[in-house]
Ligand binder design. Structure first.
Ligand SMILES: C[S@@+](CC[C@H](N)C(=O)[O-])C[C@H]1O[C@@H](n2cnc3c(N)ncnc32)[C@H](O)[C@@H]1O
Ligand code: SF4
Length: 368
């Protein structure tokens, strides 16, 4: 059996913690960056047997990978196997000309830049460090360094946001001509400081989400972007490149991947594991040459089939049903078809445009 062709590395360090963020992050700790990269490389050594020698994609996510001390980041790159797509997540204010050139020289092929919004008062609400001009400057530095595959992240449903703000954000993002855009509904976890501070306004934003989503899709498809996944859009490339995010596509298509670093998830065949989130224990384990603590889940074929349907229906290409039929509820599927939300051709299953707007609710109806 060949190994996973997709590798994720989690670089958790950030300059500060944004109020809405629920990712595994560690603020500052510059003194630990070198030790963390050593530990990642040790973990790669221990788990490398799960990887196919010919990798398709590597994704360095965070946290803020570009906040990691540059010599350590470059050292990490130099020790990684080659891959066809190598994406690095970056925060705009960290992308100097030097960082852009170093990433390019080290082999990154794609940058995913967290813009979130171009409205200064909404950036304040999100507690972001970057200002709109930092995003523009970062894109220019990346272009100068030779990057021809840049993705921008936007979020919507920010406390205080209006539809006019969202339209202006979409205009500002499109003006930078990114190859790819990810546009996420802002998720605010109950019980967090952010949710306490913005509760009433978050409820008002929740009522507007459907309209925001429709505006995002309408604006981006009108500008020539392909709505290829619920929250993801890519340009049709004049050179014929497929500009979808190949690494994320692997998740949505149910392919195996290995994840390294604190909080990272791996799925290899019928096993899924998640590394514990604590930095100290992670470093201690790997320094001693041991695997980090992790939670293991065994995925039975039913769970895998349901996941394939849930994730596969997020894409604009029909899902090949094959052995997935037992995961489908024939009555629910017939109801969804009757309402014009899904199309079952026998061999393939797809959501209609209207079905894609309703997304998870339709999938829940279709699943057995
Ligand atoms: C793993 S985060 C890290 C990216 C980078 N550190 C940054 O902040 O730009 C990747 C993306 O997830 C999205 N994201 C983070 N927290 C979110 C939330 N609470 N709701 C929706 N999207 C979120 C943001 O668009 C962000 O750019
Ligand atoms: S910079 Fe990104 S990963 Fe870090 S706290 Fe902010 S949103 Fe989270």
């Amino acid at each position: 059996m060949s190994g996973a062709r997709h590798l994720y590395l989690h670089l958790p360090f950030c300059a500060h913690r944004c109020g809405y963020c629920d990712f595994v992050t560690v603020v500052g700790r510059r003194g630990r960056h070198a030790a963390y990269v050593d530990a990642l490389l040790q973990e790669l050594e221990l788990e490398g047997g799960s990887l196919d020698p010919a990798l398709e994609t590597i994704f360095l996510g965070g946290g803020t990978p570009t906040f990691t001390s540059l010599p350590d980041l470059v050292r990490l790159f130099e020790a990684l196997p080659a891959a066809e797509e190598v994406t690095v997540e970056a925060n705009p204010e960290t992308v100097t000309a030097q960082v852009a050139h170093a990433l390019r020289a080290a082999g990154a092929t794609r940058i995913s830049l967290g813009a979130q919004t171009f409205r200064p008062r909404l950036l304040d609400v999100l507690e972001r460090v970057a200002q709109p001009d930092d995003v523009r400057r970062a894109v220019h530095h990346l272009r100068d360094a030779g990057f021809d595959n840049i993705s921008l992240d936007l979020v919507y449903g920010i406390p205080g946001q209006t539809t006019a703000d969202l339209d202006a954000d979409l205009d500002d993002a499109v003006a930078l001509e990114p190859e790819h855009l990810s546009c996420y509904e802002l998720e605010a976890k109950p019980g967090t400081r952010f949710t306490h501070a913005w509760g009433v306004e978050l409820a008002r934003q929740a009522d507007a989400m459907e309209e925001y989503f429709e505006r995002v899709v309408a604006r981006l498809t009108r500008s020539g972007y392909r709505w290829y996944e619920t929250a993801n859009f890519c340009r049709a490339d004049t050179a014929g490149r497929d500009l979808r995010a190949r690494h994320n596509l692997a998740y949505w298509l149910g392919h195996d991947y290995l994840g390294l670093g604190i909080g990272a998830v791996s799925t290899i065949e019928s096993r899924r594991w998640r590394n514990a989130p604590g930095l100290g224990r992670y470093l201690a384990a790997l320094t001693a040459g041991r695997r980090p603590e992790r939670e293991l889940e065994l995925l039975d074929p039913d769970v895998k089939a349901r996941e394939r349907v849930m994730l596969g229906l997020r894409l604009d290409e029909p899902l090949t049903v094959g052995g997935l039929r037992p995961a489908l509820d024939p009555e629910g599927l017939a109801r969804a078809e009757g309402l014009g939300l899904a199309v079952d051709s026998g061999e393939t299953l797809a959501l209609t445009r209207r079905g894609r707007f309703l997304g998870g609710a339709v999938t829940a109806e279709i699943l057995a």
